[in-house]
Write a protein that binds this ligand. Sequence first.
Ligand code: G6P
Length: 367
Amino acid sequence: ELISKGNHRHYMLKEIYEQPVVVAQTLRSYLRRMEDQVSLPVPDFDLGAIRRVTIVACGTSYYAGMVAKYWFEQFARVPVDIDVASEFRYRAPVMEDGGLMIVISQSGETADTLAALRHARSEGQKIAAVVNVPTSTMAREADLLLPTHAGPEIGVASTKAFTCQLAVLAAFAANLARAKGRLDGKAEKELVRHLAEAPAALNAALAYDESIEAMAHLVAGARDVLYLGRGPDYPLALEGALKLKEISYIHAEGYAAGEMKHGPIALIDDKVPVIVLAPSGPLFEKTVSNMQEVQARGGKVVLISDYDGVQAAGEGCIATITMPKVHPLIAPMVYAVPVQLLAYHVAVAKGTDVDQPRNLAKSVTVE
Ligand code: G6P
């Protein structure tokens, strides 16, 4: 193989470890640090005139889009529609003038996403593409190309492409906010500073690899696993569950923490590990109270939070994973690391083919 695994046992682990470097690389082309400004390619259409954003993607790229929806709405105050590509095309979506479609794809070739892009174009939408392969079909067909600089991703389960997509989308949300007069210089400076902290925070998150490996057996024996998160960390719960399913073949579900009481709480017993993603921040207390509902029913909780969060709510958990304390903006990037590592170590413990999981393909070119 042309690309080596280096000292790593699998491509997936190598790619997880590359994240601080490739996210830094990606941010370098989207941030002008000296001026504390985001800096994106200038499209040949008026960004300030965009009235609605539609995000379409598949798999892990779709979850990056879900996180981005929070940012576009919060910073730019533009309504965002999001759909998985295979559904979008067939639900007669309403696409009015002034609409921008953002497709997100590691490969730039996923058939459903490409079909959605072409459909949106025929409906007069402008197209932005966040892709990792700059020579791909989506890259060529977009009006605005926003490459991620993750480098080739070999592991079928996407890792580094995801965090790089988040980096690009955060910068893009800030850029759109500025174009719409919603982001003043001071706010932009703060956003840029928080984003620039991501590579070091990703590095700090990787330092917990061994402790995650040590607790993987708590999950490896389970038949079902639940992941809970709120706000921009809810898509991370979905991503955590997807990663675990993909490579360890354990049934897992991601749920919005507050929605758990409307169904999945019925599944809770002492055999279902519940992974709770709860960084300190405005949603912490609410997430913890959902977590306590699980514990009150005998559920076995693994809490992923920062030092303060673990101090405040770690008691009674079967395990805790301590992340660096980060600004909520970059928490979805940083918390991607423990969910990736947990899935990885569980898969290794189960002896599955981590880089080539059964039935899955790196790039799906059929609809
Ligand atoms: C496949 C891969 C996933 C990926 C998804 C979307 O299912 O196994 O890891 O997230 O396709 O791929 P894309 O290249 O469009 O991001």
